[in-house]
Design a binder for this molecule. Structure first.
Ligand SMILES: Cc1cc2nc3c(=O)[nH]c(=O)nc-3n(C[C@H](O)[C@H](O)[C@H](O)COP(=O)(O)OP(=O)(O)OC[C@H]3O[C@@H](n4cnc5c(N)ncnc54)[C@H](O)[C@@H]3O)c2cc1C
Length: 535
């Protein structure tokens, strides 16, 4: 007889683990099945080379919901944040640089080097974003209401949302712009110095196959200011031991409450009978039974590979096929023998220029040109590079005196028009390293190992369709009640007992845990239980 459970979670990404941990706390018998030998999905640490522990996908944290850290006692389970101050360093070709961070006086001084007006405007801009955040942030851990449903519970949720919007007053205009608009005109309106604008603009394109002048990028920009690091708003930090520290702590919390977690266990099929899920079958044919299945895998894989699409309504399948998985993000992971010695701010030992995100991107037009290359099916000739060196603050991730560097880069398309992806991804990685070398001569010689993950590699390694880092684009038409597709934003699916719990659902990508949290609430509600929160 196949083993049976109350809930089976497909995928041991951090969201699936959050769902598993809450369900186990509520008393359900839970099984997690992860395809890879390692947990965490895109939020993981892998020892790629002996002694070098690499956050192979996600590399910084801020978004992880404080409710989850508290409820699951993640600190007791080993989760440690390492705040970064300064949080960013942008060197420019003319030898100047900009350091930004939580130290408001330092930031004011730094921005004043380029524009006194911008130094005054920056805190007001941040205050505006905070006011918009005060409206949007509570919605992250709520199930989105359906605009066309007259069910009483739904009407209450719609009314609450409307009330929150009304409370914004004139800031409502800003909120609409942030939700729908392009980042560039907003930045142009607030600031005059290219140096500040471009440093902020790179956040608007992370993971998006779009340039900052395209609608939708303002939300990506905003998404990046919504988190906190140990209570400090908008601050991003490293996780001790790499990003796997998040997933491992959640897994420990789940195991403590009895959840069983298996790795090296790829699910091949969701078993269904008369429109309801009753279990899963692994690739080797092993079956496990449960009346509830939660998939942390993206919607494309779940509905077009794990489920027989003929079991689903035709219009639902069409909507899933229409999800935008375009991506042009390429990740380079490096082992280094030394930190880069920047001409703009020299130092062969770790200093403030090495602690935060190093932005290599001189102007907004540079981003537009890089995007244009990818739009035409070419690797960007001059990529945008966001580099981080967590080993500067975390002595557990590299051998003494050595470092790990993560380069999040754009734009490298999924398909190239001429030649092979494998050929171009290596040339593109060469160019990224060369760009760093232009700002920090000698950098090239310090590279000991490298791993290059194109969108195709991200798809193969992490199961992310199209290599889209968010399990689907984060544009307005794919958010809230339209995520993953309109009519199914409440974590339920057309198959009874089958739920989604990963970044494919509201509120989307990022190491937030909110998708898993919201899904757990709905699963437990259907099981006649409440989400076991501490407060
Ligand atoms: C390169 C990159 C950089 C990023 N940088 C950041 C960052 O710095 N900060 C941030 O907050 N976010 C970042 N993100 C986004 C963030 O990592 C993801 O949105 C988030 O980790 C998604 O978590 P998840 O649990 O929803 O899904 P996933 O992490 O995608 O987990 C899904 C899991 O399902 C497993 N799986 C797939 N198919 C099967 C199957 N058939 N059977 C069993 N298991 C299966 C996968 O192996 C995976 O473990 C980044 C993402 C990428 C790819």
């Amino acid at each position: 007889m196949p083993a049976s459970y109350d809930l089976i979670v497909i995928g041991g990404g951090h969201n699936g683990l959050v769902t598993a941990a809450y369900a186990a706390r509520a008393g359900l018998k839970v099984l997690v099945l992860e395809r890879r030998e390692i947990l965490g999905g895109a939020c993981t640490t892998e020892e790629l080379w002996p002694g070098f522990k690499v956050s192979t996908a996600a590399y910084v944290n801020s978004l992880l919901r404080p409710e989850i850290i508290r409820d699951l006692e993640l600190k007791r389970h080993g989760f440690v944040m390492l705040p970064r101050n300064p949080s960013s360093f942008t060197p420019f070709p003319d030898g100047r640089y900009l350091l930004l961070g939580p130290d408001k006086e330092q930031t004011h001084r730094e921005v004043s080097k380029f524009s006194a007006r911008d130094a005054e405007a920056l805190p007001q801009y941040e205050a505006m974003l905070e006011r918009v955040a005060s409206f949007l942030e509570p919605t992250l851990i709520q199930t989105p209401p359906t605009p066309w449903s007259l069910a009483p519970g739904n009407l209450v949720r719609l009314a609450k949302l409307g009330l929150g919007f009304a409370r914004l007053g004139k800031d409502a205009v800003r909120a609409v712009e942030v939700l729908t608009g392009a980042a560039r005109p907003i930045l142009d309106r607030w600031f005059e110095s290219e140096q500040l604008k471009v440093t902020l603009a790179t956040d608007a394109i992370i993971g998006a196959f779009a340039s900052p002048s395209m609608p939708g990028t303002a939300y990506v920009l905003f998404h990046h200011v919504m988190g906190e690091c140990d209570g400090a708003r908008g601050v991003w930090g490293y996780v001790r031991g790499g990003m796997g520290g998040v997933s491992n702590a959640i897994a420990a919390a789940a195991r403590e409450k009895g959840a069983e977690i298996r790795t090296g266990a790829p699910v091949a099929r969701v078993l269904t009978r008369e429109g309801a899920a009753y279990g899963v079958a692994l690739a080797d044919g092993t079956e496990f039974l449960a009346p509830r299945i939660a998939s942390g895998v993206d919607a494309h894989v779940t509905f077009l590979q794990l489920v027989d699409p003929t079991e689903l309504p035709g219009d639902f399948v069409a909507d899933v096929r229409a999800i935008d998985y375009a991506s042009a993000s390429l990740k380079i992971n490096l082992a280094l023998s030394a930190v880069p010695n920047f001409s703009a701010l020299p130092g062969a030992q770790p200093g403030p220029q090495h602690r935060g995100t190093i932005h290599l991107c001189p102007t907004l037009d540079y981003i537009e040109e890089a995007y244009d290359d990818a739009k035409h099916g070419r690797a960007a000739r001059n990529p945008i590079v966001e580099a981080t060196i967590p080993s500067v603050l975390d002595d557990t991730v590299a051998p003494k005196g050595m470092h790990v560097m993560s380069m999040f880069t754009q734009y490298f398309p999924y398909d190239v028009r001429e030649g092979s992806v494998d050929y171009w991804k290596e040339r593109y990685a060469d160019r990224c390293i060369e760009i760093m070398d232009e700002y920090a001569p000698g950098f090239k010689q310090s590279v000991v190992h490298r791993q290059v993950l194109s969108p195709r590699d991200l798809e193969a390694r992490f199961g992310l369709t199209g290599g889209n880092i968010m399990q689907g684009a984060m544009s307005l038409s794919s958010l809230s009640f339209m995520r993953p597709v309109a009519g199914y934003a409440d974590y339920r699916t057309p198959i009874r007992g089958l739920y989604l719990c990963g970044a494919a659902t509201h509120p989307g990508g990022g190491v937030m845990g909110a998708c898993g949290y919201n899904a757990a609430r709905e699963i437990l509600r259907d099981a006649g239980k409440r989400l076991p929160t501490v407060a």
